[in-house]
Ligand binder design. Structure first.
Ligand code: FES
Length: 165
C-alpha cells in the first residue's frame, strides 16, 4: 500500500528521499542483515516509518514484508506514526513512579488531549514513557526535547507546556 503523506521539510522531495535511502542501502550492499541500520536511516529521513517505506525496504533487502514490519514494531525506538516536534518523555521508573508519575501522565494526557504514545493534532508533542531518564533525585521527572523538568506536579503541566508553544 502506498500512502500519499508528504515528507518532512529539509530532506527534499519524496523521490530524492527514496533515492537517498537507496544510496544508503547500496552502501550496505542491500544485505538483509543491515535491516536495523536501514530502518534507522529511513526513520531519520522520513520522520517515522511509513508503510510504503517499510515495503520499499523489504523489497530492496529481499526480506519478507512481515519480517521488516516485525522488527519495526519490536524496537521501541522505531515509530510507525508521525512524531511531534517535541518528544515528551515521562519517566515511569521506580523513583518517579512512587512520587506521582502516573498522575503526571494523566495530567499530560488531559492537557494535550492524547494518549500515551500519540502525537498532538498540531504536531507539536509526542507523549512517550521512559524507564529512567537519569534524574531520580528530582522525581517525578520528564524530558521535553533536551530539557529535563523535575519535581513536576500536575498543576505545573500547563505552564511547562506553554513554554514550547
Ligand atoms: S526513575 Fe525517574 S529519573 Fe530515574
Amino acid at each position: 500500500m502506498v500512502t500519499t503523506e508528504s515528507a518532512p521539510t529539509g530532506w527534499g522531495t519524496e523521490q530524492a528521499l527514496f533515492a537517498a535511502l537507496d544510496d544508503y542501502i547500496d552502501t550496505h550492499d542491500a544485505a538483509p542483515d543491515s535491516l536495523i541500520e536501514v530502518l534507522h536511516r529511513a526513520q531519520e529521513m522520513f520522520g517515522y516509518l511509513r508503510q510504503d517505506v517499510l515495503v520499499h525496504v523489504a523489497k530492496r533487502l529481499s526480506l519478507p514484508e512481515a519480517r521488516v514490519y516485525g522488527v519495526a514494531t519490536f524496537y521501541h525506538l522505531f515509530s510507525l506514526k508521525p512524531r511531534g516536534k517535541y518528544e515528551i518523555l515521562v519517566c515511569m521508573g521506580t523513583a518517579c513512579y512512587v512520587r506521582g508519575a502516573e498522575a503526571l501522565v494523566n495530567a499530560l494526557e488531559k492537557q494535550l488531549d492524547v494518549e500515551m504514545g500519540d502525537t498532538t493534532a498540531d504536531g507539536l508533542f509526542t507523549l512517550s514513557a521512559a524507564r529512567c531518564i537519569g534524574a531520580c533525585g528530582i522525581a517525578p521527572a520528564m524530558r521535553i526535547g533536551n530539557d529535563v523538568h523535575g519535581k513536576v506536579e500536575s498543576k505545573h503541566v500547563r505552564r511547562i507546556l506553554r513554554a514550547y508553544k
